[in-house]
Design a protein. Structure first.
Length: 136
């Protein structure tokens, strides 16, 4: 191992880290004002999760996966909220939702055809509109 760690361990949505970097005066003499910054965040897709059992009487083994997914999603949603507060309309996030019952993890090489087909059907209208207004 080379000692690298996946960003998802501490920043599932790295937009806040990117914004923080813009304000680090160690990198430049003067940090840009927030109203000069535009940030487009591209998510990797979101699966809808639901617990189907009416009375789940689970132990830690059954709750581990749903709790981890919930914590990762909460981290991403918190960063999204914070970025909206700081940047207002100068921030946009695209994070498509997979069809119900579809789970495609980031390392699911065997599902590349399904992921490509889904990506071709995803609407880019909101992203294109935001970019036309705030980026270009």
């Amino acid at each position: 191992m080379d000692g690298y760690i996946d960003g998802g361990v501490f920043a599932n949505s790295p937009g806040m880290i990117a914004l923080g970097q813009t304000q680090d005066t160690r990198n430049t003499e003067k940090a840009p004002a927030l109203n000069e910054i535009r940030l487009l965040a591209l998510g990797t897709g979101r699966s809808l999760n639901r617990i189907e059992e009416a009375n789940p009487d689970w132990g830690i083994r059954q709750w581990a996966r749903p709790l981890l997914q919930l914590m990762f999603q909460a981290d991403m949603d918190t960063a999204d909220y914070q970025l909206k507060q700081f940047l207002r309309e100068r921030y946009h996030r695209m994070d498509v939702v997979f069809p119900e019952g579809t789970r495609i993890s980031m390392d699911a090489v065997g599902q590349m055809d399904e992921l490509e087909a889904f990506s071709r059907s995803a609407s880019l209208g909101a992203v294109q509109g935001w970019m036309a207004q705030h980026w270009l």
